[in-house]
Design a protein around this ligand. Sequence first.
Ligand SMILES: *Cc1c(COP(=O)(O)O)cnc(C)c1O
Length: 425
Amino acid sequence: MDHFDLRDGVMHVEDVALPEIAAAVGTPVYVYSTATMERHVRVFREALAALPQPPLVAFAVKANPNAAVLATLARAGLGADVVSAGELLRAIHAGVSPDRIVFSGVGKTADEMTLALRHGIFQFNLESEPEAEMLSEVATGLGMVAPVAFRINPDVDAGTHAKISTGKSENKFGVAYDRAHAAYTLARNLPGLKVRGVAVHIGSQLTDLGPLEAAFGKIGTLIDSLRRAGHAIEVADLGGGLGVPYDPALPVPPLPAAYGEMVARITAGWNTRLVFEPGRLIVANAGVLLTRVIRVKQGVNEPFVVVDAAMNDLMRPSLYDAWHDIRAVQPHGDRFVANVVGPVCESGDTFAMHRHMDRAAPDDLLAFMTAGAYGATMAGTYNSRPLTPEVMVSGNKWSVVRARQPIEALIAADNLPPWLATETA
Ligand SMILES: *Cc1c(COP(=O)(O)O)cnc(C)c1O
């Protein structure tokens, strides 16, 4: 459920008409709905209301790190799951309390560990034994104790796109299930670590609860055996990964309520505080990428609709073959079949092939739906296209939450070496 609706034939975000934003800010531009984000937080919390202990819901910052998004979610009570010093600082800057921050990722550096320890984060999710050794050294050096969990790779196929599967044994993530006991024993004997949790995250855009249930079942078994071996397991972090609907023609992914019921059933008797790390579920449907048609070019088979957004603005289609619904902002009902492409010089700069859509003409506005997660955050400047601006709507108010980067800023970021820098006249 989102807040992007047609009113008098014009797509609105809450109470704001998209053409108004396009006229003021230009295109391409990401537009986010506050009410949609808040609604998703509420629905996710309600789905977990039956758990015996209140969980920590830590938004996966990488899905959308815009300060306005993080501040909205922090006010709604979410913590943060971060994977870099940059995300950690962004989350704290946006008002997330450090004691609600989880630090994930396979490549945390000593500097990042130091920063996170000094801020007093909730927990480090360690992904290997060498990482535990490094954190032990860093914490001991600071005279501090780091609260840690090991992320366990349960060797479960998430059944999603290969590039967003993380829980198979051949993936780089986590400690292999069979090595878990060795890792916990090692960590228990390292100074400066308080080993108190288990974590798992098997992938993203999961459209079936089966793999999650299988992974959580294995984690439950592991918690039992770790406790029998004398490890005090107080926290179980079940990660993120629940999918969202992108293609209205496909079955709807499991609703948060069904996920919550499954979690409550599988974790009954664990006697742990649960942590969740949803990213996409909270923000995907809360954002669109608004773009304008530059021209329509005849193709051999179908016409190409060339829009002013490109793969550098929204990478998911070229990276994951992802499908985004493409809607006319002012639909007229005359349909055609077309390919929708951006201006970047790559064949991969293709948003959709053979798409049934409203017949598009130059200057028409189109909205790429479900673009609030892994959209702006993955944007780059390939083809010297400045970073995409972002706008947030709340009711009838809207605000530019990231300004369009002027091309001068991109150019000024480079420096000439002394031997090329010549005196200017
Ligand atoms: C990316 C990621 C998430 C969030 O995944 P979603 O599919 O967006 O919910 C959660 N935890 C970890 C460790 C991640 O890497």
